[in-house]
Design a protein around this ligand. Structure first.
Ligand SMILES: Cc1ncc(COP(=O)(O)O)c(C=O)c1O
Length: 302
């Protein structure tokens, strides 16, 4: 059993503090890479098939070379997970990151075709800071920076170059140090956050942005399935800030947070300013579905 986290680089498993990629790698030099992040519940990867398929679509969409078959990718990912699970603190869960870049660029050394890296991280580290928002809800603001236009780079590709996300984060913090940014598209429609999808509850219906200019979130898909299972109507459509400030409830979804309530939008209360009833119902439905209390997990590590 190892206590040292391992990193996978092009077929080799190495201790994290010895892992190296070239500083001339396209991921480093020009942010030319795609990624995927998958989490565990009870130490098993959640919806790995959907994450793997989205990763393969990102690789295709970005015209990258990748020669592992889906089965080989499954095997190497599982082996990598098992090597890293023993590094987790008791009660913690893990995230597996996949990163595929176009490879080393030929500035100094010869070009290589593809760099494939997997890394592992304890989920408690990021989630413990967010635990408080399960109770009080997040403040979402729309920053000046717009989302990438889908005719420039389609946000359905999970790409690594995220300067616009960092700008959006900085701009949100100017409004409120605790706020998180929801980027608008070029026509003012709500899109997504820097690592999450956005939902509104309006008169009993669940509304979320259409897939035109967002990442097809696996947690978004899970939430839609669970909501339909509860008999709710779910509509994927263009939404503007107007919909958010007149909504009864709002929440965000992501691999790490699962479902997180939103209680303020651009400084205005959403509904009565408390996590909404349908949001709480969906959080409970999620917990049953994954057989894991993600709120208790985040709180446990604060
Ligand atoms: C831009 C963006 N949108 C949405 C999401 C949520 O997707 P998922 O639910 O698959 O984590 C992510 C996840 O990292 C993301 O990066």
């Amino acid at each position: 059993m190892t206590k040292e986290r391992m990193v996978y680089i092009n077929g080799d498993m190495v201790p994290e503090n010895e892992a190296k990629i070239s500083i001339f790698d396209s991921a480093v030099l020009i942010g030319d890479a795609v990624l995927e992040t998958t989490r565990t519940f009870n130490h098993k990867l959640f919806r790995w098939t959907e994450h793997r398929n989205r990763l393969l679509r990102s690789i295709n969409g970005a015209r990258l070379n990748f020669d592992l078959t889906p089965k080989e990718l499954d095997e190497v990912t599982q082996e990598f997970l098992l090597a890293n699970l023993p590094t987790l603190a008791p009660g913690d869960e893990g995230g597996v990151g996949h990163l595929i870049s176009r490879g080393r660029m030929g500035l100094v050394l010869p070009t290589t075709t593809t760099t494939f890296v997997m890394y592992f991280f304890p989920l408690s580290r990021g989630l413990s800071k967010k635990a408080i928002y399960y109770e009080k809800g997040c403040h979402v603001v729309t920053p000046a920076t717009r989302h990438m236009h889908p005719l420039t780079v389609d946000p359905k590709i999970k790409y690594r170059s995220r300067l616009h996300f960092s700008l959006a984060d900085e701009e949100a913090r100017l409004v409120d140090p605790e706020a998180i940014p929801l980027m608008l598209d070029h026509q003012g429609n709500l899109t997504e956050g820097t690592g999450w999808n956005f939902f509104l509850v309006c008169r009993g219906e669940l509304l979320t942005a259409s897939e035109r200019n967002i990442l097809q979130g696996v947690s978004r898909m899970t939430t839609i399935e669970l909501a339909r299972g509860l008999g709710l109507t779910v509509k994927e459509q263009d939404l503007q800030s107007y919909h958010a400030v007149t909504a009864d409830e709002a929440f965000i979804t992501s691999t790490g947070m699962c479902v997180m309530p939103v209680t303020r939008f651009n400084g205005q209360l959403v509904g009565d300013g408390k996590p909404g009833k349908l949001t709480l119902d969906l959080m409970n439905r999620w917990k049953e579905h994954v057989d894991f209390d993600f709120v208790a997990h985040a709180k446990r590590f604060t």
